[in-house]
Ligand binder design. Structure first.
Ligand code: G3P
Length: 250
């Protein structure tokens, strides 16, 4: 998987979200421009079944609207301002569709699509995301991730050639995922929280012949330490800082 990419792969978490509003085209374009290897984004369905990119279950925190994403049709979501909560400079940014993100940066960066139908687990998110990956021919440039193993097994059935990373919650809540769940599942990568990563954990994942991608790493010391342990990827809000910390800045 991704043999031609640097180590560790720098994933811009929700785009370059330290410098632009998370999960917007502005944040994804900025990440690509800054030299991130990859972006991470959160995919879920609108009320009318369109794949949109937003982290929270509701639009309340990151837009000027209110309500659950799953209750709002795409047209209503598109009316919202998804930039002003971050800074007036970004006023007028919209919640993007996954289709738009793939078109804008799919050929520039690798893309981690987190399947985030955590409150609507029986919806058609996985199939619709797979259709978009196929339509944009991004099978080799996408990795799926989710805290829900069921999403990843469904993705594996529909698109076996696209890799999957199992997300694990921090602490005791993520213990099963980091141990038995990961070991006995068909995953190419483990995505643990920074607080749960040790050199032993990195070694164990590598002995399985798989990768370890760690979230969310925003301090230069942590970036360097994880690299020295052999971690394969880091999610960061600040890809520019990561490039500097890891000695890859121009
Ligand atoms: O994908 C890594 C990390 O982003 C998972 O947590 O809450 O940011 O979706 P969250």
């Amino acid at each position: 998987m991704w043999p031609d990419h640097p180590f560790p792969v720098i994933f811009a978490h929700r785009g370059a979200s330290a410098h632009a509003p998370e999960n917007t085209l502005a944040a994804f374009e900025l990440a690509a421009q800054q030299g991130a290897d990859a972006i991470e984004l959160d995919a879920k369905l609108s009320a009318d079944g369109q794949v949109v990119v937003i982290h929270d279950t509701t639009v309340d925190r990151t837009t000027d609207g209110h309500g659950r994403v799953a209750d709002l049709p795409l047209a209503a979501l598109r009316e919202l301002d998804a930039g002003s909560f971050f800074s007036q400079t970004f006023r007028g940014e919209r919640i993007p569709t996954l289709d738009e993100v793939f078109a804008a940066v799919g050929k520039k960066v690798l893309i981690n699509v987190e399947l985030t139908n955590y409150k609507t687990p029986r919806d058609r998110l996985v199939g619709k995301v797979v259709e978009l990956v196929e339509r944009h021919a991004l099978q080799a440039r996408v990795i799926f991730s989710s805290f829900f193993p069921k999403n990843l097994s469904q993705a594996a059935r529909l698109l076996p050639e696209t890799p999957r990373g199992l997300l694990a919650l921090p602490g005791v809540l993520g213990w099963w995922s980091r141990s038995f769940g990961f070991t006995f599942g068909a995953y190419q990568a483990l995505h643990p929280h920074l607080s749960n990563v040790t050199p032993q954990q990195v070694g164990r994942v590598h002995r399985l012949g798989r990768r370890i991608h760690v979230w969310t790493v925003n301090a230069a010391d942590d970036m360097r330490r994880l690299k020295s342990w052999g971690v394969d990827g880091i999610f960061t809000d600040d890809p520019q800082l990561a490039l500097q910390a890891l000695g890859r800045a121009e």
